[in-house]
Design a protein around this ligand. Structure first.
Ligand code: FAD
Length: 306
């Protein structure tokens, strides 16, 4: 039986595993190879890595992790996880099993984009979720915010610092009076006729077509997709979830401890604040937390851990 299985080997999982490797724990990282930002050519705002492809950052992290002899990496999908005597069993898609005393879930989330034709093929290029990640690259260009939930108006108030902004209510997310006041102060134009299509040769964007046939020229649009856990593993294990502004996430304490004994979670899967640096930092805390809990547990219950 291993010390730890980390499910999900991206920003959060590799950060957790690195701490555990350095604490000489026997760890396997099992990863399906589908990090959330794989649609973007460059990652931004990650210290020392600004502008590098996400795949290159993760490649280097994996390479560095594999220098530690107690670590193994498996490229596979975990389809089930359950508690067993003194630990956990996880089942892979090929039917094989792995066993460990503790689990870290760093499986991320998936994005459910608004169902407007042309969104999916521009995701991460000219259809964006976060101005801090990709706003600088479209600075000074005409920008849109396609409302997808009640906080979209809040996002629209920020965007004028990157470029002239139009807020599309989609006929569903009318701003509150205070938000309308902020729009006026910040120079945000409001458009109440819904966007029905994105225009241009993807992934480039020329503009949007509205339901009444008009088109508006835009270079990029921001939208806040609904997010859902990338896998139901936390649910299978019985971990409690909380509801964030864009979707459910695994409930954890500051160290990534879930409601299920022996299971930690970190990264996008376990917070409503989605960002590679935050995912990595949460992974560090979970890795250290797992090691410290293991050391305490051996001290307190030597027979059980032997
Ligand atoms: C288009 C886009 C661009 C972005 N750009 C930036 C940016 O520039 N800067 C920034 O800071 N943030 C950016 N983000 C946010 C960033 O991608 C996430 O915050 C970050 O990837 C979260 O890391 P994570 O490790 O929690 O999850 P992820 O990176 O999503 O990784 C989860 C991993 O778990 C694996 N996995 C899931 N289920 C299973 C399973 N059952 N079995 C095995 N493996 C599994 C997946 O294959 C994946 O490799 C962007 C997001 C998007 C959508």
């Amino acid at each position: 039986m291993r010390d730890v299985i980390v499910i999900g080997g991206s920003f959060a999982g590799l950060s957790a595993a690195t701490q555990l490797a350095r604490a000489r724990q026997n760890v396997v990282v099992i990863d399906g190879g589908l990090p959330r930002n794989r649609f973007a050519d460059e990652a931004h705002g990650f210290l020392g890595q600004d502008g590098r492809p996400p795949s290159a950052i993760l490649h280097d992290a994996r390479h560095q992790l594999l220098r530690y002899p107690s670590v193994e990496m498996m490229n596979a999908e975990v389809v089930d996880a359950s508690a067993i005597n003194d630990g956990f069993a996880v089942r892979l898609a090929d039917g094989s099993e792995q066993f460990a005393r503790r689990l870290i879930l760093t499986t991320g989330v998936v994005d459910e984009l608004p169902s407007i034709p042309g969104m999916r093929e521009r995701w991460g290029t000219t259809v964006l979720h976060c101005p801090y990640c990709h706003g600088y690259e479209v600075r000074d260009l005409p920008l849109g915010v396609i409302a997808a939930h009640p906080m979209s108006a809040h996002q629209a108030v920020l965007i004028p610092d990157w470029g002239p902004t139009t807020y599309f209510t989609q006929g569903r997310f009318e701003p509150e009076p205070a938000e309308l006041h902020a729009f006026a102060t910040r120079g945000v134009t409001i458009e109440r006729t819904p966007v029905v299509a994105l225009l241009g040769v993807a992934p480039a964007l020329d503009g949007v077509r509205l339901a009444d046939g008009r088109s508006i020229g835009l270079a990029a649009v921001f939208t806040a997709p609904r997010t859902k856990p990338a896998t139901p593993l936390a649910e299978f294990l019985g971990c409690e979830h909380a509801e964030g502004p864009t979707g459910p996430y695994i409930k954890v304490d500051a160290w990534g401890v879930t409601s299920v004994f022996g299971v930690w979670a970190a990264g996008d899967a376990a917070t409503p604040l989605h960002n590679a640096t935050l995912a990595s930092a949460a992974g560090v805390l979970a890795g250290i937390g797992v090691h410290q809990a293991a050391a305490r547990s051996v001290a307190e219950y030597p027979a059980r851990e032997a």
